[in-house]
Ligand binder design. Structure first.
Ligand SMILES: [Zn+2]
Length: 394
């Protein structure tokens, strides 16, 4: 009997060990993110990028390097050759619903009233205009750009960025993107009439967004059933478009990774983790606790509180290590690898990562049993002391 019990315990333990993000038997691997430049210009020499990766890989095991997304071939040829010599996977990093409009005729997303975002959110300088997620032009154009410019460059995978709608950065209107007729049709197929959503919001005001509570496993529970149905449909509609693109790349034999908002703010931007995880090899939830810009958790959360001040259930957020653990808890059963993004770079007033912050965050991920971490979001802007701090992780 005792032996049977031990066998059952061992079997259950094995099941726990293999579930996603919980594999404590495996050494953590690191992904290095390199923002090499936009479509039109590369900001760094490939030699400098290679030197930086070399420096980092002497300290920690670098498993993948994500580089994007300028169109010059030479940097990718040189960096790719170096990475493959070292046995490191080479991943192309591409934006999908934003920063694409100067490459093709993408249609900007509109809100439930058919209105475009304010001028400053449409301007190139902000870089955060979002386009309609269901516009078929996006799928066709992204795959065409890939085939023309990147397909023969020996990438092992692709990392899809900007795979969401606008957030509360665009106020309530931003979160209600996209409300164009094509999107309305998709919502209708999901059983949600966008006119009803609009009427309900106009009647309820901020209370439309009230929540009964938040748990990592379930996310926010909306009080209003119309809001609940709307956000569920939004997650399914936006995410299924991403999954289609992911399947295209997987059919090319490539690994696919996703850049995702932290679970606590993901519901508002159409990211359905459970659905997305089925089409990804790995995800990078942006667990940015100190970024004071879009995708920063505190930044996005405070915008909810400011945009809908009368909505109930959005208490103050303490972003300590317990909070970080709660966000990891939200992802523990996903069927893909999890490499949370932690800020290593410093960038003006937007993010000021310190060695202490970096080390405490990565240690928490590793202790929890994550597959690793993404050193985000541009290793070329990481200060030397943050690189040196990586020595104290293991
Ligand atoms: Zn649309």
């Amino acid at each position: 009997m005792k032996r049977i019990l031990i066998s059952i315990v061992l079997a259950i333990s094995a099941l726990i060990i293999v579930s996603c993000g919980q594999d404590k038997t495996r050494e953590p691997g690191y992904i290095v993110q390199v923002s090499i430049g936009d479509w039109h210009s590369c900001n760094y020499n490939p030699e400098d990028v290679i030197a930086r990766i070399e420096e980092v890989s002497k300290i920690i095991p670098v498993e993948k390097v994500m580089v994007g997304w300028c169109l010059e071939r030479e940097p990718y040829e040189k960096i790719g050759a170096y990475l493959h010599k070292k046995g490191i996977q080479f991943i192309l990093y591409l934006p999908i619903f934003s920063e694409i409009e100067d490459m093709f005729q993408a249609r900007p997303a509109v809100d439930l009233w058919g209105g475009l975002p304010p001028e400053e959110l449409m301007a190139k300088v902000s870089g955060f205009r979002f386009n309609c997620p269901v516009d078929p032009v996006t799928y066709d154009s992204i795959t065409a750009i890939f085939e023309k410019n990147f397909k023969d460059l020996d990438f092992d995978g692709v990392f899809l960025d900007r795979i969401r709608t606008q957030s509360f950065v665009g106020g309530v209107s931003g979160v209600f993107e996209c409300g164009c007729p094509e999107c309305a049709e998709k919502y209708m197929e999901s059983g949600v009439n966008l006119e009803t959503v609009r009427d309900e919001y106009e009647k309820e005001g901020d209370a439309f967004f009230s929540v009964e509570g938040y748990t990592p496993a379930e996310g926010f529970r909306f009080v209003n059933p119309v809001a609940d149905a709307y956000f569920k449909a939004k997650g399914a509609i936006v995410s299924s478009q991403i999954c289609r693109l992911a399947d295209y790349f997987r059919n090319q034999g490539m690994l696919v990774g996703f850049d995702l908002f932290a679970p606590i703010v993901s519901q508002f931007v159409g990211q359905d983790y459970a659905l997305l995880a089925q089409h990804a090899d790995f995800i990078k939830p942006m667990l940015y606790r100190i970024t004071d810009a879009p995708a920063g958790i505190g930044y996005e959360y405070e915008l909810i509180r400011k945009s809908v001040p009368q909505a109930e259930g959005y208490g103050p957020l303490v972003m300590d290590l317990d909070f970080l653990k709660g966000q990891l808890e939200a992802m523990k059963d996903l069927p893909c690898k999890i490499y949370p993004g932690i800020e290593i770079n410093r960038s003006g007033t937007i993010v000021n990562s310190t060695p202490e912050y970096l080390v405490e965050s990565i240690r928490e991920l590793i202790d929890y049993g994550c597959d690793g971490a993404v050193l985000s979001w541009n290793i070329m802007q990481a200060p030397d002391e943050n690189i040196a701090a990586l020595r104290s992780i293991e």
